[in-house]
Design a protein around this ligand. Structure first.
Ligand code: ZN
Ligand code: ZN
Length: 238
């Protein structure tokens, strides 16, 4: 009787053990499955995130920070008389006749956006070469480049900047482009000035007699039509 009872207890313990074993296997399998799903999805998400991380860096690595984009012809065509005031062409022709020699004209009309582009190139070029970059005509109340964004240029950005500076004549030239130029009003012209200082004074005088005003200090090639400037403008600024 006692033997039968202990046998029954052993069978019950064995069965309980068997049931526990099956439960354990099931639970383990299930937990493995739930573990596998997130592992796969985490890998997928991290791959997408990798791609998203890489793209903007690739683009920004080529762009020069703070450079104002110009999508047109670069440099802008030098002698755009069509968008300038007709009086400007007449005044320059008169100047050339009175001067008696061919004038070397650098630029006439240029769009305001192109003006912003060359100003930003000039400021960045000056900044990376440890030179002042905020001076210039009409620059007092203008915002300038944010230097915190261009502290470190990579080699691609550096070679782009050298290309831009050379296109716009800033490698050796020191004249700051105006922050708000009258070239965009079609009333201004840039002409290569004589090297000799006496001849240079004469040259400005003859231009004055032709209706052209030389009024921006430090911008030797620049003239604007006198009649569009304020009456008290000094047109003999050397
Ligand atoms: Zn350019
Ligand atoms: Zn000019």
């Amino acid at each position: 009787m006692l033997k039968i009872k202990t046998l029954n207890i052993k069978i019950v313990i064995l069965m309980l053990g068997f049931i526990l074993l099956i439960l354990f296997i099931f639970l383990n399998l299930d937990s493995n499955n739930t573990k596998q799903v997130p592992v796969v999805s985490v890998v997928k998400i991290s791959k997408i995130e990798d791609k998203q991380d890489v793209l903007p860096i690739e683009v920004s690595e080529k762009e020069i920070p703070e450079l104002k984009k110009w999508v047109g012809e670069d440099p802008y065509p030098f002698l755009d008389w069509d968008n300038a005031k007709p009086e400007l062409h007449q005044a320059v022709k008169l100047f050339e006749d009175k001067w008696g020699k061919k004038l070397n004209i650098l630029q006439v009309y240029r769009p305001a956006l192109y003006g912003e582009h060359i100003r930003s190139v000039w400021e960045i070029w000056r900044y990376v070469n440890d030179k002042s970059f905020t001076e210039g005509h009409n620059c007092k109340y203008k915002t300038h480049i944010d230097i915190s964004k261009i502290s470190e240029l990579n080699s691609t950005q550096k070679s782009r900047l050298i290309r831009e500076a050379s296109i716009h004549g800033f490698i050796k030239g020191h004249t700051p482009p105006s922050c708000d130029s009258d070239h965009s009003l079609g009333i201004a012209v840039d002409i290569v000035p004589p090297v000799d200082s006496v001849e240079y004074r004469d040259w400005i005088r003859v231009a004055n007699e032709s209706g052209l005003c030389h009024y921006i200090s430090g911008d030797m090639p620049h003239f604007a039509l006198q009649k569009y400037l304020p009456k008290d403008t000094d047109c003999f600024v050397r």
